[in-house]
Design a protein around this ligand. Structure first.
Ligand SMILES: CC(C)(COP(=O)(O)OP(=O)(O)OC[C@H]1O[C@@H](n2cnc3c(N)ncnc32)[C@H](O)[C@@H]1OP(=O)(O)O)[C@@H](O)C(=O)NCCC(=O)NCCS
Length: 151
């Protein structure tokens, strides 16, 4: 597996990866806008093909994981774990002392992934996600102290 920083020209590839992982994908324009934002960076994973992405924002001493996506055919091979480990290490180098993220309370694979990396449950945002006809879902807020995790 190879990891590299995403550049502006990767926005269409990021949208393609995201669409394989989420029911409500973000388009290339959304990724281009996000990548241009202050403190925002992304990593891409490759084997022969692109196998995943992570998008983060590191600002004012804190990092936020904005999204993580691995296509179904590339899952359970450690891709997301490698992406997050790389991104959290980079965020720490940029000065982030802690990382936060929000995750759907029902997303057991993602919660398992984050807990495996040391993230702890920090709170709940009620009715945070719009699931369309399925109504709204709560978000779990998770936090990782980067200072003590050796990232
Ligand atoms: C969540 C997601 C990113 C995980 O990607 P992945 O590359 O398969 O994850 P990894 O192989 O790195 O898994 C690392 C650990 O996470 C946990 N995990 C991952 N998938 C899991 C699953 N389906 N069920 C339970 N635990 C899971 C396990 O602890 C796993 O370690 P193990 O394989 O040694 O047991 C992927 O399933 C995905 O893209 N899902 C759809 C998008 C999404 O929900 N993104 C996160 C919310 S923003």
């Amino acid at each position: 597996m190879n990891l590299r920083r995403a550049e502006a020209y990767d926005a269409p590839l990021m949208a393609t990866i995201h669409a394989q992982a989420f029911d409500r994908p973000w388009d290339a324009a959304a990724f281009a806008d996000l990548l241009a934002g202050s403190g925002v960076f992304a990593l891409l994973a490759f084997d022969e093909d692109a196998t995943g992405l992570v998008l983060c924002r590191a600002l004012a001493g804190e990092a936020e994981v904005l999204t993580v996506a691995v296509p179904p055919w590339a899952r359970r091979r450690g891709v997301a774990k490698a992406l997050l480990t790389g991104a959290l290490g980079f965020a720490h180098e940029l000065g982030a002392a802690a990382a936060f993220l929000e995750v759907d309370v029902d997303n057991r694979p993602a919660i398992g992934l984050y807990e495996g990396l040391g993230f702890e449950r920090a709170g709940l945002r009620k009715a945070y996600y719009d699931r369309g006809a399925a109504g709204r879902a709560d978000a779990l807020v998770m936090r990782l102290d980067l200072g003590t995790q050796g990232h």
